[in-house]
Design a protein around this ligand. Structure first.
Ligand code: ATP
Ligand code: LTN
Length: 335
């Protein structure tokens, strides 16, 4: 890239979520809120990774529904499709095309040692897609020349492969890809399971009482919090020895804006029951507008698809440019 092109160019960010379930309050605090904050300062690409989802068995109608649910939820949480590039992965075929090329530069051992591959291939039946998944993820990132990739701890190993592939290709040919860096948000509360507070709250937990889904009704939210596992003893204090109470305090902190110190003071003489009621009310109030916006968007599928179609068109412009460059460098004939 020459220096003229560089002027005023914002750094590029890419991230995605696999539509393997309904998004949780953990996705809001740990991913989506941070993405929203980045939108104006970076050139952002946010995608729904439907191609990643099929590495484990999916029911077609459910996948279709969850992909659109996730897109509507991204917008309801504040992703602005006019400012950011919001799209569905399979709508930009260049990701798969680049995956083939990068596969030819990836050693078997590089994919085989990924911990997520080992975990998932034990849990689900094995397939080549599950094995090659990190190469598709590298393509998602490299095709947009992403500089920064907001990811959780579990994706860092995959990101390292993306960096290696970018460097390898650049070294073998010439400067082609930006080498991406992980982007770990300063704040981004990690929400734990309501039933096993030492484990991350997850969209695929078998026990739905463990998870606050962003689509849950006020009553569901309040009941789940009422049933949340707390620790023995009394007292509302933020401490590692009381992971259940600490998690509820985090939820209260996020939803009310009150600091941990203020929360401790507010509930100095209160029992767990009163505290849980306050947390339930606060979280329900906090998620209410997001849920309303979500259902409004989700009930207008035509409009939602229009937004995603425009998003894919925008994303494809960049993706095609990178792919063309790659094809040329590796010796494919252009007509
Ligand atoms: P699955 O159970 O389907 O593997 P998950 O719900 O555990 O998935 P991902 O879909 O992998 O989570 O999450 C995408 C991103 O959302 C993560 O990289 C992380 O940044 C954020 N995230 C997910 N769950 C939480 C949570 N409980 N607390 C904070 N951040 C979270
Ligand atoms: N694999 C990720 C989702 C994902 C992603 C990406 C994240 C797909 N492609 C590119 C960052 C960059 C997951 O399961 N959380």
């Amino acid at each position: 890239m020459n220096s003229i092109e560089n002027i005023d160019k914002k750094p590029v960010i890419l991230s995605g979520i696999t539509p393997s379930g309904i998004l949780t309050i953990g996705h809001l605090t740990g991913a989506l809120h941070n993405w929203v904050k980045l939108q104006n300062s970076y050139d952002c690409y946010f995608m729904i990774a439907d191609q990643h989802a099929i590495t484990v068995k999916q029911e077609p109608a459910a996948l279709r529904k969850r992909t659109l649910d996730t897109a509507a939820m991204f917008i309801a949480c504040g992703i602005d499709p006019e400012t950011s590039n919001l799209f569905i992965q399979s709508h930009v075929p260049e990701h798969s095309q680049l995956t083939w090329v990068l596969s030819c530069f990836t050693g078997m051992g590089e994919c085989g040692r990924m911990t997520q591959y080992k975990d998932k291939s034990e849990k689900h039946s094995e397939n080549v897609g599950l094995f090659a998944y990190p190469i598709l993820m590298a393509s998602d990132i490299l095709i947009y020349q992403a500089n920064l990739v907001p990811v959780g701890e579990d994706q860092k190993q995959h990101l390292e492969l993306s960096r290696n592939l970018a460097n390898r290709f650049n070294f073998n040919y010439s400067e082609t890809f930006a080498v991406p860096e992980p982007f770990i948000a300063e704040i981004g509360a990690r929400i734990m399971s309501l039933q096993e507070p030492n484990k991350k709250m997850s969209k695929s937990d078998e026990n739905s009482n463990a998870t606050i889904f962003l689509t849950d009704s006020d009553t569901e939210i309040k009941n789940k919090i009422k049933r949340a596992v707390t620790d023995s003893g009394t007292g509302i204090k933020f401490s590692d020895e009381k992971p259940g109470i600490a998690n509820l305090m985090t939820l209260y902190n996020i939803s009310s804006g009150k600091s941990f110190k203020e929360i401790e003071e507010e509930f100095e003489n209160a029992g767990y029951g009163d505290f849980k009621k306050a947390v339930g009310d606060s979280v329900a109030n906090y998620l209410n507008p997001i849920r309303d916006k979500y259902f409004e968007l989700r009930n207008n599928e035509l409009k939602l698809k229009e937004i995603l179609s425009l998003g894919a068109d925008k994303a494809r412009k960049t993706a095609m440019k990178t792919l063309r460059k790659v094809y040329k460098k590796i010796g494919f004939v252009s007509l």
